[in-house]
Design a protein around this ligand. Structure first.
Ligand SMILES: Cc1cc2nc3c(=O)[nH]c(=O)nc-3n(C[C@H](O)[C@H](O)[C@H](O)COP(=O)(O)OP(=O)(O)OC[C@H]3O[C@@H](n4cnc5c(N)ncnc54)[C@H](O)[C@@H]3O)c2cc1C
Ligand code: SF4
Length: 622
């Protein structure tokens, strides 16, 4: 095995969080190398003319190759697990930029109460209100501590939207429930789609507070931290699961990484799969071992600091497979905390309306063309008389309806209440769903009952751009019987155990969903469709339907080693020169897409390493 020259910092993966940390740390004079399992790719030439739906949406060109490695799933600890052989529930990415290339770019700040979830709920409702078997925790940091990082991140990458609360002043057109922000968004929102405007009118009539989706997609040319101005969005319609050909969609590729590279202190080694974190006799990390997938050779990359920035699932797996005498159960796992608090966004399309004769042009734009309400999210509404805690954001109007995917995978609705599942981009991509051979929402919504043949084609022709769903992003809470661990049976192509996901929805999810679905139905009724179908009840979780790539927890941050894997900087309690980034750190999952927080937190982690850790290396920082 070749031993390479030692660097200050090695990151596992070269995705969103790795790019931010590489920028932060190289700017301060550290040498950083990222070991990335996927290929190199940049807007030019890789994303030029890349509107190939078959390649990107159906065959998942940007995702991990499931014939080499995958995950296993079981709904609860009493059942056996099986490998996920085809893409379904979630779509982790690979290649420079990670899932930050093909994400949908809906970008949020969490609520102040999200960070104090346990304390807040007990103070307002009493401990008995928390669901049975829960592992709900407070975060070890407050919104106010993170606020400057949220603001810097928003200005560096160019977030678009209408602010709702600037320095305590509630502003029209924004989210009135949001935490106090020190500055408005740097850029105005993207244009609203036609159904988004209909949704907003309906919500306003019902007394709710609609606002535009905040997005990491430029509404106009903007530079921010990038080396040169990036173009505004072209509304091309091939956005989620594609790279942006004009760099309007923010990713580490078009902002932080080029700046890091311009220092001469940052390198990315592609097609290189990290197999384990190595540790020395003192239990500290010494570097990582990786396989060059082009030559088949193993290399050891020594480093003073190891940053696990390989996305939630792989971060947890690498902690668990990296074992030695100092870490017999894996790094960070001296108290058996690795894998706990796994959660998964309650992400569904709840009600769909057909507006016969209307044309919505939903083939354009991206998912961020939607409008949203948070009246029933977080604890923005009184739960005293309700049988659940938590909430969901409710949204309508995202674009990206591509012919191939909308024909293949529009939700099945053979009866008025049959299931349909959401997608961040409302573009389907739900290839492994149980359904009759040819069946679309359009056919049944059109009222013919036909799911094939001439009648189906006619209905598709008439209605494919005349229907719109209302979808939700709901909170997901942690439970004792919901976790990640190593599968005892199945291994990947490298001989390492697969990560086993044990997850299903719990009673609080079913009750929350029922309540939110009723609100969605009221809004759609107010929008005045010709027909609508709804899914009033949540169905059990399955691994074959895409819902979201919002997997969180498994290496949670906390106030001390007895309740967590890392401190608030993502520093691993039992191995202080290892840091974990991203959503693996979340104790539970709020009711909105997760990435805004983890981008801001990567800024905070960078400052923690520079301002605190480096002053007294190999010790836990306070
Ligand atoms: C289709 C889709 C849509 C999304 N839309 C949204 C959205 O609208 N809003 C939102 O908030 N979030 C969204 N997300 C989630 C968002 O993309 C992630 O939260 C974010 O990218 C996480 O950043 P990360 O750095 O943790 O991981 P990533 O950006 O995924 O980077 C991880 C990198 O590590 C590499 N890697 C993994 N294992 C290894 C290994 N063993 N060796 C070497 N390299 C490795 C991977 O190849 C990858 O490049 C979406 C995700 C997907 C897939
Ligand atoms: S819709 Fe806009 S942000 Fe998305 S890929 Fe097209 S140009 Fe880029």
């Amino acid at each position: 095995m070749a031993v390479l020259k030692k660097v200050d910092v090695v990151t596992v993966g070269a995705g969103w969080t790795a790019g931010i940390l590489a920028w932060k740390l190289t700017a301060a004079g550290l040498d950083v190398v990222s070991i990335e399992q996927g290929p190199a790719r940049w807007a030019t030439p890789d994303f030029e003319h890349n509107h190939d739906t078959l390649r990107y949406m159906i065959r998942k060109a940007m995702m991990v190759n499931l014939s080499k490695e995958t995950w296993t799933w079981r709904p609860n600890p009493r059942l056996p697990s099986l490998p996920i052989r085809q893409y379904g529930s979630f779509h982790p990415g690979q290649g420079i930029g990670g899932a930050g290339i093909h994400w949908a770019a809906q970008t949020w700040r969490f609520y102040p109460t999200d960070y104090q979830y346990r304390t807040h709920h007990i103070e307002r409702y009493g401990e008995e209100k928390l669901p049975e078997g829960n592992r709900i925790r407070d975060w070890p940091l407050m919104y106010a501590e993170l606020e400057p990082y949220y603001t810097q991140m928003e200005y560096d990458i160019g977030i678009t939207g209408n602010a709702g609360n600037v320095n305590g002043e509630i502003l029209t057109g924004g989210n009135p429930f949001e935490g106090v922000r020190s500055k408005p968004y740097p850029l105005p929102p993207l244009v609203a789609s036609i159904p988004a405007r209909m949704f907003t009118e309906a919500c306003a009539a019902l007394g709710h507070h609609p606002f535009r989706q905040p997005a990491a997609i430029l509404s106009e040319a903007y530079q921010g931290l990038a080396l040169q101005p990036r173009s505004g969005c072209l509304y091309c319609g091939f956005c989620t699961r594609y790279g942006c050909e004009v760099d309007a969609k923010a990713s580490a590729n078009n902002i932080h990484m080029p700046v890091a590279m311009s220092t001469g202190r940052y390198a990315i080694r592609t097609n290189s799969k990290v197999l384990r974190v190595n540790t020395g006799p003192d239990g500290l990390a010494t570097g990582v071992t990786y396989l060059d997938q082009l030559t088949g050779e193993e290399h050891f990359q020594p480093a003073d600091i190891v940053i696990l920035s390989a996305y939630t699932l792989e971060n947890v797996r690498l902690l668990l497979v990296s074992r030695d005498s100092a870490h017999p159960d894996g790094i960070g796992n001296s108290r058996g905390m690795v894998g706990k608090n796994y959660t998964y966004q309650l992400d569904k399309s709840v009600v769909t309306g057909v507006f016969a004769g209307r044309r919505f042009n939903l083939y354009m734009g991206n998912s961020c063309l939607q409008d949203v309400i948070h009246d029933f999210n977080a604890d923005n509404f009184d739960h005293s008389e309700l049988d659940f805690i938590g909430g969901a954001s409710i949204a309508c109007g995202g674009g990206e309806r591509q012919p191939l995917t909308s024909t293949l995978s529009l939700p099945v609705m053979n009866t008025a209440t049959s299931g349909s599942n959401g997608d961040e981009d409302d573009s389907g991509n739900q290839g492994q769903r149980k359904r009759p051979p040819v069946a679309t929402e359009v056919s049944s919504l059109a009222g013919t009952g036909s799911e094939w043949g001439q009648a189906w084609k006619e209905n598709l022709r008439q209605n494919w751009d005349s229907y719109v769903p209302i979808s939700i992003q709901g909170e997901s809470l942690p439970y004792e019987d919901q976790f990640l661990d190593l599968d005892p049976t199945y291994k990947d192509v490298y001989g390492l155990p697969l990560l086993r996901v044990t997850f299903d929805f719990h009673p609080n999810d079913y009750k929350l969903y029922r309540f939110i679905a009723a609100r969605c139905r009221e809004i759609m009724t107010q929008m005045g469709p010709t027909r609508m179908t709804a899914t009033p009840e949540l169905e059990p979780y399955n691994s074959y339907t895409y819902q979201s790539t919002h997997c969180t927890g498994g290496a949670i941050m906390g106030s001390d080693p007895s309740n967590s894997v890392t401190n608030k900087y993502g520093q691993v309690w039992d191995t202080p020169n290892v840091f974990v980034t991203g959503a693996a750190l979340y104790p539970q999952n709020p009711g909105m897409n997760p990435t805004g927080h983890l981008l801001a937190h990567s800024y905070m982690m960078g400052d923690g390493i520079l301002d605190k850790y480096l002053r007294d290396p190999n010790r836990i920082i306070g």
